[in-house]
Ligand binder design. Structure first.
Ligand code: ZN
Ligand code: ZN
Length: 416
């Protein structure tokens, strides 16, 4: 093995008052990461391009050297969920959400409070698949917690809008407050036809879900009902991505699993711990520790057979969305204690280069992804040692300079 890429989802942040005007990465106590940083070059990366606010799929597709146009979120998620698609099948990423009622259409929470368990989602999915009647065949498959994939069969268009439109005003995220219907984004008859089918689906969904025993139970526990679906990332073509045959990976979210599979990587994964009770962060810390341990296991198992490894860690994105800077800082400390500690020895002994970065910034105070560049660390034994720690500020002044996502691997000599 020659190199390992560690992508911490939503790593980049902005200084926050709660952390004495430091970013979570800057404030975190990370002796192992500091050790690596002192032997690394740093830089900052615009995952797609300057001024662009990336979704996770857009970011990874770009960092791995592909044009955005060659991919779609729905297709990647469907691949990750092991759904077999034929050309023309429309795949969409879906979130269970909470609304007040379809008449007012106010979105109370875009992820049903993030407290929906995978088991609850599976029961609701069964209901959706049996009760909803559409003029085209469809399958709804839940993946992890509030996440799922919707596939509608046969010859449709993907040039349609989402019913979950992120509104940006002068580059800043403005949360969607109202549900909307899908619209055709061109004059083609098929796009209108497709939008109509999805809207047929959407008008039935609230009645199927709202009074379901799963949701009645949730209300009794003081939890938000999962009574609506937000859909996005329409795709009809299996993405044609650059192939990374010499790479191995440790990925566990459907999007990243789908992406790694379509890139031809070896895929190692683990089963996400079950959400018990309502403490989402307890579940996230559990998942994070498991992810770090699974990454170490993957590296030990595959480093003799592959040139490069891709590790994707999801948890760090979520405290950014929830404006929880302490939790984001703590998560970085957990990764330091387990994964970075291991990587020091592993990389030094085997002369392996490391890239540590994020797929995009998710600043706590914005509660959303932003166009801010992400810090990049590149560890190699040839680096001249220095004393700078790894954070957004030092990365901006780093020797690697400003990088666009598609040039990252070229810049540090990682190959396909
Ligand atoms: Zn992301
Ligand atoms: Zn995010």
């Amino acid at each position: 093995m020659k190199g390992v890429l560690i992508l911490l989802d939503g790593l980049g942040d902005l200084p926050v008052a709660q952390l004495e005007n430091k970013t979570p990465l800057e404030a975190a106590n990370t002796p192992n990461l500091d050790f690596l940083a002192h032997r690394s070059d740093m830089g900052c990366m615009y995952p797609v391009r300057q001024g662009f606010v990336p979704e996770s799929d857009e970011a990874i597709v770009s960092i791995f050297g592909n044009d955005l146009i060659s991919s779609s979120r729905g297709q990647l998620e469907a691949k990750g969920a092991d759904l077999k698609l034929t050309r023309g099948d429309l795949a969409l990423r879906v979130n269970f959400a909470t609304i007040d009622n379809p008449k007012n259409g106010n979105i109370i929470d875009r992820r049903a409070g993030r407290t929906l368990t995978t088991e609850e989602a599976q029961i609701l999915a069964k209901e959706i698949n049996t009760k909803i009647k559409l003029s085209s065949d469809f399958i709804f498959k839940p993946t992890i917690q509030h996440r799922g994939v919707l596939v509608i069969k046969g010859g449709l268009s993907d040039n349609i809008s989402s019913n979950d439109v992120n509104v940006y005003e002068s580059g800043k995220f403005k949360e969607t407050r109202k549900i909307s219907f899908c619209e055709a984004l061109d004059e083609e008859e098929n796009s209108q036809h497709t939008a109509n089918i999805i809207n047929e689906f959407l008008v039935q969904i609230f009645d199927v879900l709202d009074k379901h025993p799963v949701n009645e139970q949730r209300r009794k526990k003081g939890l938000m009902p999962a009574n609506y679906l937000l859909i996005r990332g329409a795709g009809i073509e299996i993405p044609k991505l650059k192939i990374y045959k010499k790479w191995t990976s440790m990925v566990y979210m459907p999007l990243e699993i789908g992406f790694a599979k379509l890139c031809g990587m070896n895929v190692e994964t683990f089963e996400y711990p079950k959400l018990k009770g309502i403490d989402l962060y307890k579940n996230l810390y559990e998942g994070l520790e498991k992810a770090c341990e699974a990454s170490i296991k993957m590296l030990k198992k595959t480093y003799k057979n592959y040139d490069y490894a891709y590790i994707h860690i999801k948890e760090t994105d979520i405290p950014g969305h929830d404006n929880k800077p302490f939790e984001k800082k703590e998560m970085i400390e957990v990764i330091d204690k387990i994964l970075f500690k291991f990587l020091i020895k592993f990389a030094t002994l085997n002369n392996i280069k490391l890239i540590i970065t994020g797929d995009h910034s998710t600043p706590c105070k914005l509660k959303a992804h932003s166009a801010d560049p992400v810090p990049v660390l590149f560890f190699s034994k040839d680096t001249i040692p220095h004393e700078n720690n790894f954070n957004e500020k030092n990365a901006r002044n780093g020797t690697l300079g400003k990088i666009e996502g598609k040039d990252l691997f070229k810049k540090v000599g990682f190959l396909r």
